[in-house]
Design a protein around this ligand. Structure first.
Ligand code: NAD
Length: 474
Protein backbone atom coordinates (compact mmCIF):
# COMPACT_ATOMS: atom_id res chain seq x y z
CA UNK A 1 0.00 0.00 0.00
CA UNK A 2 1.46 3.39 -1.01
CA UNK A 3 2.04 6.09 1.65
CA UNK A 4 1.37 9.67 0.53
CA UNK A 5 3.47 12.46 2.05
CA UNK A 6 2.81 15.22 4.53
CA UNK A 7 4.73 18.30 3.38
CA UNK A 8 6.13 20.95 5.73
CA UNK A 9 8.58 23.66 4.61
CA UNK A 10 8.98 22.00 1.23
CA UNK A 11 9.97 18.63 2.72
CA UNK A 12 8.20 15.36 3.27
CA UNK A 13 7.84 14.63 7.01
CA UNK A 14 7.82 11.19 8.61
CA UNK A 15 5.97 11.33 11.93
CA UNK A 16 6.34 7.67 12.88
CA UNK A 17 2.53 7.21 12.88
CA UNK A 18 0.37 6.35 9.89
CA UNK A 19 -3.32 6.26 9.08
CA UNK A 20 -4.83 3.87 6.54
CA UNK A 21 -7.37 5.45 4.18
CA UNK A 22 -10.46 3.40 3.29
CA UNK A 23 -11.94 3.04 -0.18
CA UNK A 24 -15.67 3.27 0.70
CA UNK A 25 -16.74 1.20 -2.31
CA UNK A 26 -14.90 -1.77 -0.78
CA UNK A 27 -14.67 -0.85 2.90
CA UNK A 28 -10.94 -1.66 2.60
CA UNK A 29 -7.80 0.52 2.94
CA UNK A 30 -6.01 1.47 -0.28
CA UNK A 31 -3.41 4.04 0.83
CA UNK A 32 -1.73 5.40 3.94
CA UNK A 33 -0.69 8.85 5.19
CA UNK A 34 1.44 10.06 8.11
CA UNK A 35 -0.46 11.49 11.08
CA UNK A 36 0.68 14.84 12.47
CA UNK A 37 1.81 15.31 16.05
CA UNK A 38 1.41 18.64 17.90
CA UNK A 39 5.04 19.51 17.08
CA UNK A 40 4.27 19.05 13.38
CA UNK A 41 1.51 21.65 13.64
CA UNK A 42 3.99 24.05 15.25
CA UNK A 43 6.59 23.29 12.57
CA UNK A 44 4.09 23.89 9.76
CA UNK A 45 2.92 27.19 11.22
CA UNK A 46 6.53 28.28 11.80
CA UNK A 47 7.43 27.40 8.20
CA UNK A 48 4.44 29.37 6.86
CA UNK A 49 5.34 32.31 9.12
CA UNK A 50 8.96 32.24 7.92
CA UNK A 51 7.90 32.14 4.27
CA UNK A 52 5.36 34.98 4.62
CA UNK A 53 7.57 38.13 4.27
CA UNK A 54 9.15 36.99 0.99
CA UNK A 55 5.85 35.69 -0.39
CA UNK A 56 4.03 38.92 0.49
CA UNK A 57 6.82 40.87 -1.25
CA UNK A 58 6.40 39.05 -4.58
CA UNK A 59 4.61 41.08 -7.23
CA UNK A 60 1.05 40.26 -8.23
CA UNK A 61 2.35 39.14 -11.64
CA UNK A 62 4.86 36.72 -10.05
CA UNK A 63 2.22 35.20 -7.79
CA UNK A 64 -0.26 34.96 -10.63
CA UNK A 65 2.31 33.13 -12.79
CA UNK A 66 2.97 30.60 -9.99
CA UNK A 67 -0.76 30.04 -9.45
CA UNK A 68 -1.28 29.41 -13.16
CA UNK A 69 1.58 26.91 -12.93
CA UNK A 70 -0.33 25.15 -10.14
CA UNK A 71 -3.34 24.99 -12.48
CA UNK A 72 -1.11 23.44 -15.14
CA UNK A 73 0.23 20.90 -12.59
CA UNK A 74 -3.35 19.88 -11.73
CA UNK A 75 -4.10 19.43 -15.41
CA UNK A 76 -0.91 17.45 -16.11
CA UNK A 77 -1.71 15.05 -13.25
CA UNK A 78 -5.45 14.82 -13.81
CA UNK A 79 -5.76 11.03 -14.35
CA UNK A 80 -3.79 10.19 -11.19
CA UNK A 81 -5.66 12.74 -9.05
CA UNK A 82 -9.06 11.61 -10.39
CA UNK A 83 -8.22 8.02 -9.55
CA UNK A 84 -7.20 8.98 -6.00
CA UNK A 85 -10.37 11.06 -5.51
CA UNK A 86 -12.58 8.20 -6.67
CA UNK A 87 -10.80 5.73 -4.39
CA UNK A 88 -10.89 7.94 -1.30
CA UNK A 89 -14.34 9.57 -1.67
CA UNK A 90 -16.18 6.82 -3.57
CA UNK A 91 -17.50 9.36 -6.09
CA UNK A 92 -17.61 8.08 -9.68
CA UNK A 93 -14.97 9.13 -12.18
CA UNK A 94 -17.73 10.85 -14.21
CA UNK A 95 -20.99 10.23 -12.36
CA UNK A 96 -24.59 11.42 -12.58
CA UNK A 97 -24.74 14.52 -14.84
CA UNK A 98 -20.93 14.41 -15.01
CA UNK A 99 -20.67 15.48 -11.38
CA UNK A 100 -17.77 13.24 -10.36
CA UNK A 101 -14.00 13.13 -9.94
CA UNK A 102 -13.58 14.61 -13.44
CA UNK A 103 -15.63 17.62 -12.41
CA UNK A 104 -13.68 17.89 -9.16
CA UNK A 105 -10.45 18.19 -11.17
CA UNK A 106 -12.01 20.39 -13.87
CA UNK A 107 -13.42 22.69 -11.19
CA UNK A 108 -10.09 22.79 -9.35
CA UNK A 109 -8.29 23.82 -12.54
CA UNK A 110 -10.89 26.44 -13.51
CA UNK A 111 -11.00 27.99 -10.02
CA UNK A 112 -7.21 28.14 -9.92
CA UNK A 113 -6.89 30.07 -13.17
CA UNK A 114 -9.87 32.42 -12.62
CA UNK A 115 -8.82 33.20 -9.04
CA UNK A 116 -5.20 33.76 -10.07
CA UNK A 117 -6.37 36.47 -12.47
CA UNK A 118 -8.57 38.35 -9.99
CA UNK A 119 -7.40 41.95 -9.60
CA UNK A 120 -6.54 43.30 -6.17
CA UNK A 121 -5.77 46.93 -6.92
CA UNK A 122 -6.07 49.80 -4.42
CA UNK A 123 -9.36 51.68 -4.59
CA UNK A 124 -9.26 55.47 -4.78
CA UNK A 125 -12.04 56.94 -2.63
CA UNK A 126 -11.09 60.60 -3.00
CA UNK A 127 -8.53 62.50 -5.05
CA UNK A 128 -8.89 66.29 -5.00
CA UNK A 129 -6.89 69.33 -4.01
CA UNK A 130 -7.29 68.54 -0.27
CA UNK A 131 -6.35 64.88 -0.14
CA UNK A 132 -6.03 61.53 -1.81
CA UNK A 133 -7.65 58.62 0.02
CA UNK A 134 -6.80 55.09 -1.04
CA UNK A 135 -8.02 51.73 0.25
CA UNK A 136 -5.35 49.04 0.10
CA UNK A 137 -5.82 45.31 0.54
CA UNK A 138 -3.04 43.63 2.52
CA UNK A 139 -2.46 39.94 3.21
CA UNK A 140 -3.30 38.72 6.70
CA UNK A 141 -0.31 36.41 7.32
CA UNK A 142 -0.70 32.67 7.90
CA UNK A 143 -4.02 31.16 6.85
CA UNK A 144 -5.17 27.75 8.11
CA UNK A 145 -7.46 25.84 5.77
CA UNK A 146 -9.56 22.99 7.20
CA UNK A 147 -11.47 20.91 4.66
CA UNK A 148 -14.23 18.24 4.65
CA UNK A 149 -14.44 14.86 2.90
CA UNK A 150 -17.05 15.45 0.19
CA UNK A 151 -15.07 17.50 -2.37
CA UNK A 152 -11.63 17.32 -0.77
CA UNK A 153 -9.38 18.65 -3.51
CA UNK A 154 -11.74 21.24 -4.98
CA UNK A 155 -12.54 22.74 -1.58
CA UNK A 156 -8.82 22.84 -0.72
CA UNK A 157 -8.27 24.76 -3.98
CA UNK A 158 -11.15 27.12 -3.09
CA UNK A 159 -9.28 27.93 0.13
CA UNK A 160 -5.64 27.88 -0.96
CA UNK A 161 -5.64 29.80 -4.23
CA UNK A 162 -7.29 33.06 -3.05
CA UNK A 163 -5.20 32.93 0.16
CA UNK A 164 -1.99 32.69 -1.89
CA UNK A 165 -3.18 35.19 -4.52
CA UNK A 166 -3.65 37.79 -1.77
CA UNK A 167 -0.11 37.16 -0.45
CA UNK A 168 -0.76 34.88 2.53
CA UNK A 169 0.98 31.60 3.28
CA UNK A 170 -1.04 28.49 4.12
CA UNK A 171 -1.22 25.48 6.44
CA UNK A 172 -3.80 23.04 5.14
CA UNK A 173 -5.52 20.27 7.10
CA UNK A 174 -7.58 17.91 4.96
CA UNK A 175 -10.25 15.62 6.39
CA UNK A 176 -8.76 12.53 7.96
CA UNK A 177 -11.17 10.51 5.74
CA UNK A 178 -9.89 11.95 2.43
CA UNK A 179 -6.37 13.38 2.67
CA UNK A 180 -4.75 11.53 -0.22
CA UNK A 181 -5.37 13.63 -3.36
CA UNK A 182 -4.79 16.80 -1.33
CA UNK A 183 -1.47 15.50 0.04
CA UNK A 184 -0.40 14.54 -3.49
CA UNK A 185 -1.38 17.99 -4.81
CA UNK A 186 0.66 19.74 -2.08
CA UNK A 187 3.62 17.52 -2.98
CA UNK A 188 3.26 18.52 -6.67
CA UNK A 189 2.91 22.20 -5.69
CA UNK A 190 6.40 22.19 -4.15
CA UNK A 191 7.89 22.21 -7.65
CA UNK A 192 6.19 25.59 -8.18
CA UNK A 193 6.05 27.39 -4.82
CA UNK A 194 8.88 28.45 -2.49
CA UNK A 195 9.28 26.20 0.61
CA UNK A 196 6.86 26.96 3.45
CA UNK A 197 4.31 28.84 1.30
CA UNK A 198 1.95 25.83 1.23
CA UNK A 199 2.17 23.17 3.97
CA UNK A 200 -0.09 20.27 4.85
CA UNK A 201 -0.64 18.54 8.20
CA UNK A 202 -2.81 15.43 8.34
CA UNK A 203 -4.94 14.40 11.27
CA UNK A 204 -8.38 14.54 12.84
CA UNK A 205 -10.31 17.05 14.94
CA UNK A 206 -7.43 17.36 17.44
CA UNK A 207 -5.14 18.71 14.72
CA UNK A 208 -7.91 21.03 13.47
CA UNK A 209 -8.40 22.28 17.04
CA UNK A 210 -4.64 22.82 17.46
CA UNK A 211 -4.68 24.99 14.32
CA UNK A 212 -7.76 26.95 15.45
CA UNK A 213 -6.08 27.71 18.77
CA UNK A 214 -2.62 28.44 17.40
CA UNK A 215 -1.55 31.99 18.33
CA UNK A 216 0.49 32.43 15.15
CA UNK A 217 -2.36 31.82 12.69
CA UNK A 218 -4.20 34.91 11.46
CA UNK A 219 -7.18 33.44 9.67
CA UNK A 220 -9.08 30.20 9.38
CA UNK A 221 -11.04 29.24 6.31
CA UNK A 222 -13.18 26.24 7.16
CA UNK A 223 -15.64 24.14 5.21
CA UNK A 224 -17.52 21.49 7.13
CA UNK A 225 -20.32 20.95 9.58
CA UNK A 226 -22.00 23.72 11.57
CA UNK A 227 -21.12 21.90 14.80
CA UNK A 228 -17.38 21.99 14.03
CA UNK A 229 -17.65 25.57 12.75
CA UNK A 230 -18.92 26.67 16.17
CA UNK A 231 -15.97 24.94 17.90
CA UNK A 232 -13.54 26.65 15.56
CA UNK A 233 -15.13 30.03 16.26
CA UNK A 234 -14.76 29.47 20.00
CA UNK A 235 -11.13 28.40 19.67
CA UNK A 236 -10.31 31.26 17.30
CA UNK A 237 -11.68 33.88 19.68
CA UNK A 238 -8.59 33.94 21.92
CA UNK A 239 -6.47 35.60 19.23
CA UNK A 240 -9.37 37.14 17.29
CA UNK A 241 -8.57 35.20 14.12
CA UNK A 242 -10.42 36.17 10.96
CA UNK A 243 -12.89 33.50 9.87
CA UNK A 244 -14.59 32.31 6.76
CA UNK A 245 -16.98 29.50 7.68
CA UNK A 246 -18.77 27.51 4.97
CA UNK A 247 -21.04 25.24 6.98
CA UNK A 248 -23.91 22.83 6.64
CA UNK A 249 -26.93 23.38 4.45
CA UNK A 250 -30.46 22.04 4.33
CA UNK A 251 -31.44 23.61 1.03
CA UNK A 252 -35.09 23.83 0.10
CA UNK A 253 -36.49 23.80 -3.42
CA UNK A 254 -40.01 24.97 -4.27
CA UNK A 255 -41.84 23.73 -7.36
CA UNK A 256 -44.42 26.37 -8.26
CA UNK A 257 -47.86 25.34 -9.59
CA UNK A 258 -47.86 24.74 -13.33
CA UNK A 259 -44.19 23.74 -13.64
CA UNK A 260 -43.38 21.27 -16.43
CA UNK A 261 -42.94 18.09 -14.37
CA UNK A 262 -41.42 15.93 -17.15
CA UNK A 263 -38.86 18.63 -17.93
CA UNK A 264 -37.81 19.43 -14.37
CA UNK A 265 -37.87 15.96 -12.76
CA UNK A 266 -34.47 14.80 -14.11
CA UNK A 267 -32.95 18.14 -13.09
CA UNK A 268 -34.44 17.92 -9.61
CA UNK A 269 -33.16 14.37 -9.27
CA UNK A 270 -29.66 15.38 -10.41
CA UNK A 271 -29.30 18.34 -8.04
CA UNK A 272 -30.51 16.27 -5.07
CA UNK A 273 -28.54 13.07 -5.77
CA UNK A 274 -25.27 14.02 -7.47
CA UNK A 275 -22.28 12.94 -5.37
CA UNK A 276 -24.86 10.81 -3.55
CA UNK A 277 -26.35 13.90 -1.89
CA UNK A 278 -23.01 14.63 -0.21
CA UNK A 279 -22.66 18.23 -1.36
CA UNK A 280 -23.29 21.21 0.91
CA UNK A 281 -25.59 22.83 -1.64
CA UNK A 282 -27.47 19.75 -2.82
CA UNK A 283 -31.25 20.08 -2.88
CA UNK A 284 -32.21 18.54 0.48
CA UNK A 285 -35.95 19.29 0.90
CA UNK A 286 -38.38 19.59 -2.00
CA UNK A 287 -41.73 21.42 -1.61
CA UNK A 288 -44.27 20.61 -4.35
CA UNK A 289 -47.75 22.05 -4.88
CA UNK A 290 -50.68 19.76 -4.24
CA UNK A 291 -51.69 19.85 -7.92
CA UNK A 292 -48.43 18.21 -9.06
CA UNK A 293 -47.29 16.41 -5.94
CA UNK A 294 -48.12 12.87 -7.05
CA UNK A 295 -46.65 13.36 -10.53
CA UNK A 296 -43.34 14.72 -9.17
CA UNK A 297 -43.08 11.91 -6.60
CA UNK A 298 -43.74 9.26 -9.26
CA UNK A 299 -41.11 10.65 -11.62
CA UNK A 300 -38.45 11.05 -8.91
CA UNK A 301 -39.04 7.51 -7.61
CA UNK A 302 -38.74 6.15 -11.17
CA UNK A 303 -35.40 7.94 -11.64
CA UNK A 304 -34.17 6.72 -8.24
CA UNK A 305 -34.90 3.12 -9.20
CA UNK A 306 -33.13 3.50 -12.57
CA UNK A 307 -29.91 5.26 -11.51
CA UNK A 308 -26.82 3.03 -11.62
CA UNK A 309 -25.16 2.64 -8.20
CA UNK A 310 -21.75 0.99 -7.87
CA UNK A 311 -18.00 1.31 -7.59
CA UNK A 312 -16.97 4.73 -8.91
CA UNK A 313 -14.08 3.21 -10.89
CA UNK A 314 -16.65 1.49 -13.16
CA UNK A 315 -17.32 4.02 -15.96
CA UNK A 316 -21.02 3.08 -16.01
CA UNK A 317 -21.55 4.08 -12.36
CA UNK A 318 -23.67 7.18 -11.72
CA UNK A 319 -23.76 7.13 -7.90
CA UNK A 320 -21.11 5.64 -5.62
CA UNK A 321 -21.21 4.70 -1.94
CA UNK A 322 -21.49 7.04 1.04
CA UNK A 323 -18.01 8.26 1.88
CA UNK A 324 -17.83 6.69 5.36
CA UNK A 325 -19.65 4.31 7.64
CA UNK A 326 -20.73 7.04 10.09
CA UNK A 327 -22.51 8.89 7.26
CA UNK A 328 -24.16 5.63 6.14
CA UNK A 329 -25.44 5.27 9.71
CA UNK A 330 -26.83 8.85 9.69
CA UNK A 331 -28.73 8.18 6.46
CA UNK A 332 -29.99 4.77 7.65
CA UNK A 333 -31.22 6.32 10.92
CA UNK A 334 -33.06 9.13 9.12
CA UNK A 335 -34.69 6.65 6.70
CA UNK A 336 -35.86 4.44 9.58
CA UNK A 337 -37.18 7.46 11.47
CA UNK A 338 -39.07 8.67 8.39
CA UNK A 339 -40.67 5.25 7.83
CA UNK A 340 -41.66 5.02 11.51
CA UNK A 341 -43.18 8.52 11.61
CA UNK A 342 -45.57 8.76 8.69
CA UNK A 343 -43.22 8.81 5.71
CA UNK A 344 -43.90 6.65 2.66
CA UNK A 345 -40.74 5.20 1.11
CA UNK A 346 -41.29 5.37 -2.66
CA UNK A 347 -37.90 3.93 -3.62
CA UNK A 348 -34.93 2.42 -1.81
CA UNK A 349 -35.00 2.98 1.94
CA UNK A 350 -32.14 0.82 3.12
CA UNK A 351 -28.41 0.12 2.99
CA UNK A 352 -27.28 -2.40 0.40
CA UNK A 353 -26.04 -5.74 1.67
CA UNK A 354 -22.43 -6.72 0.92
CA UNK A 355 -19.20 -4.76 0.84
CA UNK A 356 -18.95 -0.97 0.83
CA UNK A 357 -21.06 1.82 2.28
CA UNK A 358 -23.91 1.78 -0.24
CA UNK A 359 -27.43 3.10 0.38
CA UNK A 360 -30.28 2.73 -2.12
CA UNK A 361 -31.39 6.07 -3.67
CA UNK A 362 -34.49 6.94 -1.68
CA UNK A 363 -37.52 9.18 -2.22
CA UNK A 364 -39.79 9.77 0.77
CA UNK A 365 -43.33 11.20 0.52
CA UNK A 366 -45.78 12.21 3.21
CA UNK A 367 -43.51 14.13 5.62
CA UNK A 368 -43.43 17.80 6.52
CA UNK A 369 -41.42 20.15 8.71
CA UNK A 370 -40.94 18.65 12.17
CA UNK A 371 -39.83 15.27 10.78
CA UNK A 372 -36.13 14.62 11.31
CA UNK A 373 -35.49 13.91 7.62
CA UNK A 374 -36.89 17.35 6.75
CA UNK A 375 -35.39 19.37 9.60
CA UNK A 376 -31.88 17.84 9.63
CA UNK A 377 -29.23 17.79 6.93
CA UNK A 378 -29.23 14.21 5.58
CA UNK A 379 -26.05 14.53 3.45
CA UNK A 380 -26.90 11.35 1.55
CA UNK A 381 -29.08 9.81 -1.17
CA UNK A 382 -32.49 10.34 0.43
CA UNK A 383 -34.88 13.16 -0.46
CA UNK A 384 -38.10 14.13 1.32
CA UNK A 385 -40.80 15.50 -1.01
CA UNK A 386 -43.22 17.71 0.91
CA UNK A 387 -46.75 18.70 -0.13
CA UNK A 388 -47.92 22.33 0.09
CA UNK A 389 -51.16 24.01 -0.90
CA UNK A 390 -50.21 27.66 -1.16
CA UNK A 391 -47.03 29.46 -2.11
CA UNK A 392 -46.92 31.60 1.05
CA UNK A 393 -46.99 28.39 3.08
CA UNK A 394 -44.17 26.90 0.97
CA UNK A 395 -41.98 29.99 1.54
CA UNK A 396 -42.62 29.83 5.28
CA UNK A 397 -41.77 26.11 5.41
CA UNK A 398 -38.60 26.62 3.36
CA UNK A 399 -37.43 29.41 5.71
CA UNK A 400 -38.32 27.43 8.84
CA UNK A 401 -34.80 26.04 9.33
CA UNK A 402 -31.63 27.25 11.08
CA UNK A 403 -29.60 26.74 7.88
CA UNK A 404 -29.47 29.20 5.00
CA UNK A 405 -26.98 28.07 2.37
CA UNK A 406 -28.92 27.78 -0.91
CA UNK A 407 -32.45 27.51 -2.21
CA UNK A 408 -34.25 27.14 -5.52
CA UNK A 409 -37.55 27.86 -7.23
CA UNK A 410 -38.78 25.84 -10.22
CA UNK A 411 -41.26 27.36 -12.69
CA UNK A 412 -41.63 28.42 -16.31
CA UNK A 413 -42.64 31.89 -15.06
CA UNK A 414 -39.11 33.23 -14.46
CA UNK A 415 -40.18 36.60 -13.05
CA UNK A 416 -42.54 35.03 -10.51
CA UNK A 417 -39.92 32.44 -9.57
CA UNK A 418 -37.32 35.18 -9.01
CA UNK A 419 -39.76 37.10 -6.77
CA UNK A 420 -40.38 33.99 -4.68
CA UNK A 421 -36.65 33.20 -4.68
CA UNK A 422 -35.69 36.57 -3.26
CA UNK A 423 -37.88 35.83 -0.23
CA UNK A 424 -35.91 32.69 0.66
CA UNK A 425 -33.45 33.11 3.55
CA UNK A 426 -30.31 31.79 1.90
CA UNK A 427 -26.97 32.95 0.51
CA UNK A 428 -27.69 31.86 -3.08
CA UNK A 429 -31.00 31.25 -4.80
CA UNK A 430 -31.24 29.49 -8.14
CA UNK A 431 -34.18 29.53 -10.56
CA UNK A 432 -34.67 26.20 -12.40
CA UNK A 433 -31.26 25.07 -11.12
CA UNK A 434 -29.69 24.28 -7.77
CA UNK A 435 -26.19 24.25 -6.31
CA UNK A 436 -24.34 25.45 -9.41
CA UNK A 437 -21.42 27.62 -8.31
CA UNK A 438 -18.94 29.55 -10.43
CA UNK A 439 -15.52 31.04 -9.63
CA UNK A 440 -16.52 34.68 -10.19
CA UNK A 441 -19.80 34.80 -8.21
CA UNK A 442 -19.82 34.97 -4.38
CA UNK A 443 -21.08 31.91 -2.52
CA UNK A 444 -21.73 31.57 1.21
CA UNK A 445 -24.34 30.86 3.81
CA UNK A 446 -26.62 33.02 5.94
CA UNK A 447 -28.06 32.05 9.34
CA UNK A 448 -26.17 29.00 10.69
CA UNK A 449 -24.78 28.01 7.29
CA UNK A 450 -21.77 30.21 7.72
CA UNK A 451 -19.97 33.49 7.89
CA UNK A 452 -18.45 35.23 4.88
CA UNK A 453 -18.30 34.24 1.22
CA UNK A 454 -15.93 32.55 -1.18
CA UNK A 455 -15.20 33.18 -4.88
CA UNK A 456 -14.79 36.25 -7.03
CA UNK A 457 -13.49 39.53 -5.69
CA UNK A 458 -15.85 39.35 -2.69
CA UNK A 459 -14.25 36.04 -1.68
CA UNK A 460 -10.70 37.22 -2.38
CA UNK A 461 -11.21 40.26 -0.15
CA UNK A 462 -11.78 37.91 2.83
CA UNK A 463 -8.10 36.93 2.69
CA UNK A 464 -7.03 40.54 3.22
CA UNK A 465 -7.24 43.34 5.72
CA UNK A 466 -7.97 46.90 4.70
CA UNK A 467 -5.52 49.70 5.14
CA UNK A 468 -6.83 53.17 4.40
CA UNK A 469 -4.14 55.61 3.31
CA UNK A 470 -4.98 59.33 3.50
CA UNK A 471 -2.43 61.68 1.93
CA UNK A 472 -3.03 65.36 2.74
CA UNK A 473 -2.16 67.69 -0.10
CA UNK A 474 -2.31 71.02 1.70
P1 NAD B 1 -16.74 18.00 9.81
O1 NAD B 1 -17.11 19.28 10.45
O2 NAD B 1 -16.97 16.74 10.54
O3 NAD B 1 -15.18 17.99 9.44
C1 NAD B 1 -14.61 18.99 8.63
C2 NAD B 1 -13.15 19.18 9.01
O4 NAD B 1 -13.07 19.70 10.34
C3 NAD B 1 -12.31 17.91 8.99
O5 NAD B 1 -11.05 18.21 8.44
C4 NAD B 1 -12.21 17.57 10.47
O6 NAD B 1 -11.06 16.82 10.80
C5 NAD B 1 -12.12 18.95 11.08
N1 NAD B 1 -12.46 19.04 12.51
C6 NAD B 1 -13.22 18.19 13.24
N2 NAD B 1 -13.32 18.65 14.52
C7 NAD B 1 -12.62 19.80 14.58
C8 NAD B 1 -12.36 20.76 15.61
N3 NAD B 1 -12.83 20.62 16.84
N4 NAD B 1 -11.63 21.85 15.30
C9 NAD B 1 -11.15 22.04 14.04
N5 NAD B 1 -11.36 21.17 13.02
C10 NAD B 1 -12.07 20.06 13.30
O7 NAD B 1 -17.48 18.00 8.40
P2 NAD B 1 -17.53 16.82 7.32
O8 NAD B 1 -18.41 15.74 7.87
O9 NAD B 1 -16.15 16.51 6.86
O10 NAD B 1 -18.27 17.56 6.11
C11 NAD B 1 -19.65 17.54 5.92
C12 NAD B 1 -20.27 18.86 6.29
O11 NAD B 1 -19.62 19.92 5.59
C13 NAD B 1 -21.73 18.97 5.92
O12 NAD B 1 -22.45 19.59 6.97
C14 NAD B 1 -21.73 19.90 4.71
O13 NAD B 1 -22.94 20.58 4.49
C15 NAD B 1 -20.60 20.80 5.04
N6 NAD B 1 -20.08 21.44 3.83
C16 NAD B 1 -20.32 22.77 3.63
C17 NAD B 1 -19.87 23.39 2.47
C18 NAD B 1 -20.13 24.85 2.21
O14 NAD B 1 -19.53 25.42 1.31
N7 NAD B 1 -20.98 25.52 2.97
C19 NAD B 1 -19.17 22.65 1.51
C20 NAD B 1 -18.95 21.29 1.76
C21 NAD B 1 -19.40 20.70 2.92
Amino acid sequence: MKTYPMTIDGKSVDTGRTLEIINPALGQPFAAVPVARPQDVDAAVAAARKAFPAWRATSAAERQAMLHALGAALEANMPELMDLITRETGKPLQGLNNVGAGMELGGSIAWTHVTADLPLEPEVIQDNEQARVEVHRKPLGVVASITPWNWPLMIAIWHIIPALRAGNTVVLKPSEYTPVATARFVELAQAVLPPGVLNVVIGGGDIGAALSQHPDINKIVFTGSTRTGKRIMENAAASLKRLTLELGGNDAGIVLPGADVQAIAPKLFGVAFHNNGQTCACLKRLYVHDSQYDAVCTELARLAKEVRVGDGLDPATELGPLQNRAQLDVVSTLAADAAANGGTILSGGKARAGQGYFFEPTIVAGLSNGARLVDEEQFGPILPVIRYSDVEQAIALANDNPNGLGGSVWSSDLALAAEVGKRLECGTVWINEHGAVQPDAPFGGVKQSGIGVEFGHHGLAEFTSIQTVKIMKN
